[in-house]
Write a new protein. Structure first.
Length: 525
């Protein structure tokens, strides 16, 4: 049992972090979770348990606990809507969790280099935590979910979002956790080292500093716009059935007519609202454009947009994009850039396509759009379109916001069922509004449909799994936050600087021949 104590404790700490996110939103559990993880690394180094790679294995177990609990909705998507059996669903979900846990753990291969010096550990732990979240953003196409900073939409640390983004909030949280762990392990003697006291003060001041930053207006307010949202609540199991197509179109048309009578400026339908290809319904597309022109109300809708591409040396082929189209004064189509593996395309398609039902989902033939695309123009404002999964990528959203006035995300979270997934997805969208100091409009099929202000607060919201419409006010915003200008380069530079300083301090201690800090040394015995 002694050998299992550290791995089990680390897995439990990871699971505890899930309680800090929506729908639970007990943010202190995130701080407790990271503090336990940091303390376990110090304890493992002192006792010599788990060997030289203790940091990796502890982080791997932490990741297992985090993703098995916080990412449990993946199992719902695979089994309830992906057509997989319970056994196959558990196998695929288990593999998914293990891969994410391994990615999280990679940077912590280095943590053992810093456990002997409290100041080095205090700098290295948060830097490595940032690197673990950064790796999950892009490695194997990325899965930037369950970042520690998302739990702090409503805390003092939220003021750092426009400056350092969700990554920076996670780094500052990990800094606090490292300092608390060092104090708990009696490895931060404040009387003996002024630098240790400075570390403690810096960690403490990040919280009130964030509260002060939350009062800064990074962008300027422009014209006010009234938006109308249609939540049709189409069951996922019926969405692509030909016999249900008429009912789907009818629900959106009825909701649109009702909103048009309420003096809205723009109406928004969710991702892939119409269960057909753009080319399959030319009369409907023309009718939507004509109605928008006659009423003066622009319509933005998710649509599967298809086109014929003819390569220089090859036969013509049909490409399908997951898109957002504007009908009205400035018709335009945006094609989703960052696709969801298996849901929108199949990696290693020649090998996997057709082997099991999950690898042959109805929309797994989508192609990505070009990197450089213009914002959508509606109601006199520029809208940054982010389709479903794209909203979870901070840098992508920040880049899009530079040329836009309002953030728009459309999604179909029916794939997640009644799991915690849609509520986590909503929380991440709130953070994007904070990072860019812009209003965010979120239109979904089954929820959460909402409007978020530049402070990340939900101002209007529809209940999940109900057919409904909603109106609300947003304002165009111009200007840029520091994160929008620096992007991830600023965070990477900070992390590298912290690791470099930690290494230099560790090397200086070795040259001077000073012993590593232990609990006994900190006691002065």
């Amino acid at each position: 049992m002694r050998k299992l104590f550290l791995p089990l404790a680390s897995a439990a700490a990871g699971g505890l972090m899930t309680l800090s996110f929506a729908p639970f939103s007990y943010w202190p559990t995130g701080l407790v979770s990271l503090t336990l993880f940091a303390w376990l690394n110090l304890y493992a180094a002192d006792t010599g348990r788990l060997g030289k790679r203790a940091g990796f294995w502890l982080a791997f177990c932490f990741g297992l606990g985090l993703f098995a609990s916080g990412g449990s909705w993946v199992y719902v998507s695979i089994t309830d809507f992906g057509g997989s059996s319970m056994a196959l669903g558990l196998l695929l979900t288990g593999g998914f969790v293990a891969i994410l846990a391994a990615i999280l753990a990679l940077p912590f291969l280095l943590i053992g280099r810093f456990t002997g010096n409290p100041l080095s550990f205090g700098l290295a732990f948060p830097a490595l935590w940032f690197l673990s979240e950064w790796l999950r953003t892009w490695l194997f196409t990325g899965f930037p979910w369950l970042f520690a900073g998302y739990a702090h939409i409503d805390t003092w640390l939220s003021g750092w979002a426009p400056v350092l983004s969700v990554y920076g909030i996670g780094l500052l949280l990990a800094l606090s956790a490292a300092v608390i762990a060092l104090l708990a392990a009696r490895k931060l003697p404040l009387r003996q080292q002024r630098a240790n006291l400075a570390l403690l003060i810096v960690a403490a001041l990040t919280w009130p500093a964030g509260a002060l930053l939350s009062h800064v207006e990074w962008t300027e307010r422009g014209q006010e716009i009234t938006v109308g949202l249609v939540q049709a609540n189409i069951p996922q199991e019926k969405k692509w059935l030909p016999e249900f197509r008429g009912e789907t179109i009818s629900r959106y048309q009825e909701g649109t007519r009702e909103l048009a009578s309420q003096n809205v400026d723009v109406i928004i339908w969710p991702e892939a609202a119409l269960p057909l290809l753009y080319s399959q319904a030319p009369n409907l597309m023309q009718a939507l454009q004509r109605n928008a022109e006659q009423t003066g109300i622009d319509l933005i809708s998710g649509i599967l947009y298809d086109r014929i591409e003819t390569p220089e040396n090859g036969a013509p082929r049909r490409l399908v994009h997951n898109s957002a189209a504007v009908f009205g004064r400035s018709p335009h189509v945006y094609h989703k850039r960052h696709l969801v593996p298996f849901g929108e395309y199949v990696p290693l398609e020649d090998w996997l396509r057709g082997t099991i039902e999950f690898f042959d989902l109805p929309t797994s033939f989508i192609r990505p759009g070009p990197d450089e695309q213009q914002p959508l123009l509606a109601a006199g404002a520029g809208w940054a379109p982010l389709i479903c999964y794209e909203i979870v990528y901070p840098a992508l959203v920040a880049e899009s916001a530079l040329t836009s006035d309002i953030l728009l995300t459309i999604s179909n979270d029916a794939w997640f069922g009644a799991s915690i997934g849609p509520l986590q997805h909503m929380q991440m969208a709130q953070m994007r509004a904070l990072e860019t100091d812009r209003y965010l409009v979120r239109a979904t099929n089954t929820g959460v449909t909402a409007i978020v202000d530049p402070h990340g607060r939900i101002t209007e919201r529809l209940p999940q799994f109900e057919r409904a419409i909603m109106t609300g006010k947003v304002a165009a915003r111009s200007g840029a936050t520091p994160f929008m200008l620096l992007g991830l380069w600023g965070m990477l530079a900070l992390a590298v600087a912290m690791l470099t300083a930690a290494l230099l301090m560790q090397r200086a201690r070795r040259i001077q021949g000073e012993p590593a800090f232990t609990g006994e040394a900190a006691d002065g015995n």
